[in-house]
Design a binder for this molecule. Sequence first.
Ligand code: KG4
Length: 335
Amino acid sequence: MKILAFESTCDETAVAVVEDGRKILSDAIASQVDMHALYGGVVPEIASRKHVEAIAALTEQALREAGCTRQDIDAVAVSYAPGLIGAVLVGLSFAKSVAYAWDVPLIPVHHVRGHIAANYLAFPDLEPPFLALAISGGNTLIVDVRDYTDLKILGATRDDAAGECFDKAARVLGLPYPGGKPMDQLAHQSQGGVYHLPHAHVDGAELDMSFSGLKTAVVNLAHHAGQTGETLDRAALARDFIQAVSDTLVPRAMKAAQMAGRKIICAAGGVAANSFIRADLQAACDKAGCRLYLPPLSLCGDNGSMIGAQGYYEFQAGHTAAMDLNAYATREIGK
Ligand code: KG4
């Protein structure tokens, strides 16, 4: 089954053709990062407009690169939530038009389910059940993936997402947007252990997380240094910041796996590209005797293939939508 898949929830317009949920036939992406970098973060209205400009040509490109014509496409999948509402609406409206015009089923895909499904593309042997740590620019979730379409949240951030925290901390360190990758690179220049940053705990919810205090601590350190003329050890701060994020994520993921009885753990989302977090997860899994799946960097960030992968399993479960399908800025992953 060949699925034409659309992703437009943030600043990446992406269209892919995926076969049977596991094989990428094409994966066309138009990134808007350079445009948003001018403003130090995503400007939602610009994102929507850029999606409109890119999506038709990108669809032609995805079909061409997959060696497909419209007759080869069996269904259309689309990321319908969560995300920047105007941006999501562009992909959703376009996907609906294609499904209607070509008379094929329309499959709604939750964006974070898509991130998790990126692992199915990279690892043919991977099947649920497993524990997923989904860490991206807009979401930070610990999820029990009981089956392909049966997911339960075990832990979540109470405020900022991990990626958002990376981007804000990077900004005050003078790094370009999006800040995760440059922070990662900068941190390799230091052993850290210089700055004592907060590690938040949520009372009564041991698997939940909070990143806003950490973000504020880094912002305050940078502002204080700017005002007093003190020299900031930027590399050490980046290293200590990443350690604080990793110390929040990794033990909770391991605890969740233990509580759910899972011996397989998958990482997902843009922040899963972080080299320190990947190493810490690997070390923790080795210690606990768990098998860890880390998607290749190319599949960590937003892409269309992950939507095609999850779309296949949603279709198998009978989850298709009518033309009144709406877009949602927020939406629970279990729905
Ligand atoms: O998954 P993604 O492309 O978009 C969302 O679905 O939100 O994630 C983007 C996020 C950004 O916050 C970016 O800074 C972060 O992923 N990111 C990283 C790294 N590469 C990208 N964060 C930490 N370390 C990295 N190497």
